[in-house]
Design a protein around this ligand. Sequence first.
Ligand code: NAD
Length: 304
Amino acid sequence: MKIIVTGGAGFIGSNFVHHMVNKYPDYEIINLDLLTYAGNLENLKPVENKPNYRFVKGDIADRKFIFDLFEKEKPDVVVNFAAESHVDRSITDPEAFVRTNVMGTTTLLDACRTYGIKRYHQVSTDEVYGDTAADKGGCCAENAPLSPSNPYSASKAAADLLVLAYHRTYGLPVTVSRCTNNYGPYQHTEKLIPLMTVNALDNLPLPVYGDGSNKRNWLYVADHCSAVDMIIHHGKNGEIYNIGSREDMSNIDTVKLILSILGKDNSLIRFTADRKGHDRRYCIDSSKIRNELGWKQTVAFDDG
Ligand code: NAD
C-alpha cells in the first residue's frame, strides 16, 4: 500500500508518519509538505532513513505539481493533514487559509478522482461545529450543523463539505475525521501548551486570552494518529468520525497545571484582550468511532 501523507512535517502529520512507518514496514509512506513556518524536517529525524519512508517538498494547492506527483506515484491512499492551522493567523490573514485549506483540498480531490484512489481521508477539526457553550447545550455528533466562528474553522468546514460533495457527486471513496485539540511532541511553539511551557521555562509572562475560562477538550496526539489509522483501514466511505477525549479543561487550569509541573509561580500569568470571535467551548460526541471502530483514548491528560 502506498500512502501520501500531506503536512507530514507538521505537528500531527509527523506523529502520524512515525506511527505508520513503524507499524507498517510493508507500506510506502510518502510525506508531502511545503515546509511552511509550521513544517520542520527535524520532526522526521527518527524515521528519515527508514526504507519505507520518503519526503517530497511541494504545495497541495499547486495543481501541476500535484497532478505530476499522482501520475508518477499512483497512491492508494491520501491522508490530508496539510493546512494553515493557527486561528490567530487566520484572523490577520484569512486568504492564506482559503488557499491551502480549501483550494489545496480541492486540488487533492481532483487528483484523486483523475488517477483513482482507494481512500481519501480528510483530517478536520471539532472547531467546524463552532461554539458549543451558549446555545447548543449538548455535545455535537457528526450530523450536527456546521457553525464555524473564525476564518480557520470556516476554511476547514468548507473543505469538509467539498470532500463529502466529491463522494456524492463523483463516488470518490472518502472519510472525514473531526478531532479535538491535540498536544504532544513536535507541536509548534505558537500553540497554547508549548507556548506556555517554553515561556514558563524562561520565566517569561504567560499570555492568557480573556479570563481564561474558555474550555478545550485535549487529546494526546498518538491517540489521534491511532484513530486516523483505524478510519483509513476500517472506516466506511462517505462517513465522518468525531475523535475526542472525555477531558475538558479551562485554559487557565491548563496553564496553572503547566506552571505547577514546572515548579513556577502563577504570578507569571498575564490576562490579555480576548481573541476576536473566541469560542467558549467545544464539545463533541465521539461515541461513533468508539462503538463502530473500537477506538479508545489510551493516554490520560495528566500522563500525556
Ligand atoms: P501544523 O500547522 O503543525 O502543520 C501543518 C503542516 O502542513 C506543516 O508541516 C506545513 O508545512 C504543511 N503545509 C501548510 N500548507 C501547505 C501546503 N499548501 N502544501 C503542503 N503542505 C502544507 O498543523 P497540525 O496542528 O499538525 O494540524 C494538522 C491537521 O490537523 C490540520 O488539518 C488541522 O486542521 C487538523 N487538526 C489539528 C488539531 C490540533 O489540535 N493541532 C486538532 C484537530 C485537527
